[in-house]
Ligand binder design. Structure first.
Ligand SMILES: [Mn+2]
Length: 344
């Protein structure tokens, strides 16, 4: 790779050490987090393809079902071996591997039931991750929070291995990068992100095709759910706080699944005055799932943490007891309070 853009605060990674470790392995199992997103699968697939070109036999391990929308990331020609450990009582290990590579996570909570298996193989573990939260695992952890996506780190690994990018690798890497950066509009985006994107497109990744697969394959039920959420939208604090809610009746009427609330908070955020957006959705058991987003300086992770949840400064979540009106009341008070404390 030729780009020399460096992210501010980037970690100096000793890639030679990583490559030396990989040179000693003939088989590598590649794990990623549960409920995988495009960055998780993109990192897994691109790393798998690169390792194979390097002469290593890779095996991708699925800890939970991969959303069908991400099927396009698996190359049809160069099929990669995949092991699914998504069943009730998965058998660990399916067989022994020389090395275990974990991408896009380094936390116990996101690896859940694989954790005891991974913990017992600490010396065989290599991690590539860009998250702030980290649990102790493995002997070689490459953690760079300045990376906008884990695929930025996988791209560095591919360069260190001396492997040329092909279309399948580039597609997987760009999908992860685009998804984790909200198509290059989040704070996390750096010159490195754009420099890498240029290289990936030059190597055959097609942004329009990736966009269609990631963003234009929603169900009609989802669009109906958006209609319901916007109908149930109220504004507080002079238009600075938007609160949307979806009841069990809304889910039943639209036929939408609970994961289809993804991205709904973007809509009120388009309004100039909006600072905080909250989405309350009622789960089948009556618990209220809360998604919080913010612009500017309000740290919604603190608000979520106050209710036992957590997340990032501008995106966080928590759960509240039902019914909906009671949850809305408690949350609204807290949101207006946070707004009062935020610098204007
Ligand atoms: Mn990621």
């Amino acid at each position: 790779m030729t780009h020399k853009f460096r992210a501010p605060g980037a970690v100096d990674v000793d890639w030679n050490r990583v490559v030396d470790r990989l040179k000693q392995a003939r088989t590598v199992a590649i794990f990623t987090h549960m409920r995988p997103d495009p960055d998780a699968i993109g990192s897994q697939v691109a790393a798998g393809l690169a390792l194979r070109k390097f002469g290593i036999t890779p095996t991708l391990v699925d800890l939970s079902p991969v959303p069908p929308a991400l099927d396009f990331l698996y190359p049809v020609q160069a099929s990669l071996e995949r092991i699914s450990l998504t069943g009730e009582n998965p058998h660990f290990p399916p067989r022994e591997f020389d090395l275990i590579l974990i991408v896009d996570t380094c936390t116990k909570a996101q690896l859940e039931r694989a954790w005891p298996y991974l913990e017992s193989r600490g010396s065989k573990i290599l991690v590539l991750d860009h998250h702030r939260t980290r649990d102790a695992i493995g002997s070689l952890i490459v953690a760079d929070v300045s990376a906008a996506a884990c695929t930025e780190l996988v791209a560095d690994l591919i360069e260190a291995l001396g492997i040329g990018l092909d279309q399948d690798m580039s597609t997987a890497l760009l999908a992860g990068l685009a998804a984790d950066t909200g198509w290059f509009r989040f704070d996390s985006v750096t010159p490195r992100s754009y420099g890498l994107a240029a290289q990936l497109v030059a190597a055959g990744a097609a942004p329009a095709r990736i966009y269609q697969n990631l963003a234009q394959r929603e169900s009609m039920a989802k669009l109906a759910l958006i209609q319901h959420a916007l109908q149930n939208l109220i504004w507080l604090g002079d238009g600075r706080v938007a609160v949307m809610e979806l009841s069990r009746a809304d889910f039943a009427a639209t036929g939408a699944a609970s994961f289809e609330t993804d991205g709904l908070t973007d809509y009120p955020m388009m309004v100039a005055t909006a600072v905080i957006v909250a989405l309350l959705s009622e789960a089948p058991d009556g618990v209220i799932r809360v998604n919080l987003r913010s612009k500017h300086t309000v740290d919604v992770s603190l608000i979520a943490a106050g209710f036992g949840g957590g997340g990032h400064i501008r995106a966080a979540g928590c759960r509240l007891p039902g019914p909906l009106p009671a949850a809305r009341e408690i949350l609204s008070t807290r949101l207006l309070d946070a707004l009062g404390q935020a610098p204007v």
